[in-house]
Design a protein around this ligand. Structure first.
Ligand SMILES: Cc1cc2nc3c(=O)[nH]c(=O)nc-3n(C[C@H](O)[C@H](O)[C@H](O)COP(=O)(O)OP(=O)(O)OC[C@H]3O[C@@H](n4cnc5c(N)ncnc54)[C@H](O)[C@@H]3O)c2cc1C
Length: 295
């Protein structure tokens, strides 16, 4: 099926895009188009106006700056997979990028578009939650920084205003004793997650866990934090027994639904296992633990 007719705009600056968002009838942003174009073609989305932001060169970046990893609205999944800074310091991002969809989608789809789409099966939302990251939005009244914890409301629904453009997502640059990881279970290459877990661990000088972040994919109505598991980890020294407890708590906090891929109890068990694995990788990458066995 072809998309219903719509007006098409191609701004070349962020200000231009924001004033179009404010002044036009029922506008929708087009970034990588990997979610929006199928929805247009199936007429699940029928915007009056599409604002294509691909000509705004200033939004095409991925860099460390002023204490943050900043990923601009035109950085593609493949850009994350290819970036040296990611390979060196951001284990969870390096794990996630090659697991998103297939190469064609990774070459066009953007990290920001994925997070803004707010599909609970999307991988990046979990990574953003685990890192206590934020979404940066530009609107008619200026810039707004929305903590990841306050961004996701419902499936495909966020706290973004209709007249706001997301310009970037950001996470704090890692401490010296920090590690992160992402583990995802899917039926086959290219699939969305049946379950996924992102972890981030920051250790103090004494080798205790100072900060723990755990984000879960596809097991609730949005990407979700496993707060009880995080609380259990903080202040403790890493061990297999501790990570087992955290895995069990994360599974208890998840709310998966039974579907054709598996029943809810199976997905809960998978959250338990994936949490333990991702915590083990994060601790090892932080340089405080040498693992010999995986759960
Ligand atoms: C077959 C298939 C498999 C997939 N598998 C996975 C997977 O395994 N894991 C995963 O995480 N994702 C997966 N995806 C989704 C993919 O990651 C998309 O790229 C992503 O969801 C949307 O990003 P996009 O840049 O293509 O956004 P678009 O499709 O252009 O936009 C998506 C939505 O976000 C809005 N939007 C985009 N950018 C902005 C912005 N800067 N400001 C405000 N609103 C904005 C748009 O208006 C639209 O509503 C899959 C998609 C397909 C088709």
């Amino acid at each position: 099926m072809k998309a219903a007719p719509f007006e098409h705009h191609e701004p070349s600056t962020t200000d231009e895009a924001v004033s179009l968002l404010e002044s036009l009838e029922r506008p929708t942003i087009l970034a990588g188009g990997q979610s929006l174009v199928p929805m247009l073609r199936f007429r699940l989305a029928r915007p009056e106006t599409v604002i294509d932001i691909n000509g705004i060169d200033a939004l095409d970046y991925l860099r460390e700056e002023a204490g943050f990893l900043r990923i601009g609205a035109l950085a593609r999944h493949a850009d994350v997979a290819d970036a040296d800074v990611i390979a060196e310091s951001y284990g969870s991002f390096a794990d996630t990028a090659p697991l998103v969809a297939d190469p064609q989608i990774r070459n066009r789809g953007t990290v920001v578009g994925s997070i803004t789409q707010a599909d609970p099966k999307g991988d990046w939302g979990s990574v953003l939650l685990a890192h206590e990251g934020a979404v940066v939005a530009q609107g008619p009244d200026g810039e707004r920084v929305i903590p990841a914890d306050e961004f996701f409301l419902l499936p495909y629904d966020t706290t973004l205003e209709e007249s706001e453009l997301v310009t970037e997502v950001r996470v704090p640059t890692p401490d010296a004793r920090e590690g992160s990881a992402y583990h995802k279970l899917k039926r086959k290459t290219g699939d969305y997650a049946m379950a996924g877990v992102a972890t981030r661990l920051v250790f103090d000088e004494d080798g205790r866990i100072e900060t723990a972040g755990i984000g879960m994919t596809a097991v609730d109505i949005t990407n979700a934090r496993a707060r009880d598991a995080e609380d259990r980890l903080e202040g403790e020294r890493p061990s297999s027994a501790l990570f087992e407890e955290a895995g069990e708590l994360a599974a208890e906090e998840s709310n998966p639904e039974s579907d054709e891929h598996g029943d809810a109890s199976y997905k809960e068990r998978m959250i338990d296992v994936l949490t333990q694995r991702a915590l083990g990788d994060a601790a090892e990458r932080a340089g405080v633990v040498k693992r010999t066995v995986s759960p």
